[in-house]
Design a binder for this molecule. Structure first.
Ligand code: IBG
Length: 221
């Protein structure tokens, strides 16, 4: 066994992408096993490797972990990306849960039917602009530090950058009214592990194209 975490999912973002970001930010190499068709999922289900018959599944440290949040929490704790004490962890969790709520909207965007896409995009832009991004702009302004929590790099920084970049793919000028998020984006993108993940050829996945959605949906439904 290589000792590298092995990620089981389809070859696209979906629920695995944040896991990829966190492992990469921690500077850990990982392998991927892609589900190409429904049969691949069925095989994995029949093997007894999936606690709830679902992916993402990550083989790590002798475990077959499922449930996105549990996997993210484990990687975060293992690689000291969870702040210095329980209160910092609580704040990181609050930030991250908010980001995951916005991310749910972003994740489901490519799978929207044609007649719902415009409205869905408007909801993303509204929620990012008026609910989520102001919280992070205010936090950075309030403490004047480089990182969101406790003046040190944490999963909140990783997940905020991931969400900013994904939102910009939908609306390139989304940060226009958020100067501190603009400098945050540049700063965190320059952290060596992240810089590497952002380079072409990395295991970061491209945005899911509308026309790819039916093939992906077929694997799971
Ligand atoms: N709570 C679980 C988690 O967070 O890990 C949910 C996992 C989940 O919904 N997995 C789906 C699955 O395995 C694939 S991701 N379904 C098979 C089954 O039998 O339930 C679904 C997804 C897609 C695109 I496709 C965007 C987001 C999610």
């Amino acid at each position: 066994m290589s000792g590298k975490p092995k990620l089981h999912y389809f070859d696209g973002r979906g629920r695995m992408e944040t896991i990829r970001w966190l492992i990469a930010a921690a500077g850990v190499e990982f392998e991927e096993c892609f589900l190409e068709k429904k049969d691949d999922l069925i095989k994995l289900q029949k093997s007894g490797s999936l606690m709830f018959q679902q992916v993402p599944m990550v083989e790590i440290d002798g475990m077959k972990m499922v449930q996105t949040r549990a996997i993210c929490n484990y990687i975060t704790a293992k690689h000291n990306l969870y702040g210095k004490d329980l209160k910092e962890r609580a704040l990181i969790d609050m930030y991250v849960e908010g980001l995951m709520d916005l991310n749910e909207l972003l994740m489901s965007y490519p799978y929207q039917p044609a007649d719902k896409r415009e409205q869905h995009l408007a909801t993303i832009v509204d929620k990012a602009t008026n609910r989520y991004f102001p919280v992070f702009e205010k936090a950075l302004k309030g403490h004047g530090q480089d990182f969101l929590v406790g003046n040190r790099f944490s999963r909140a920084d990783v997940q905020l950058l991931e969400t900013i970049l994904t939102t910009e793919e939908c609306k390139p000028d989304i940060l226009d009214k958020f100067p501190l998020l603009q400098s945050f984006k540049a700063r965190i993108s320059d952290i060596p592990t992240i810089k590497k993940f952002l380079q072409p050829g990395s295991q970061r996945k491209p945005p899911t194209k509308e026309e790819e959605a039916p093939k992906i949906i077929k694997i799971f439904y």
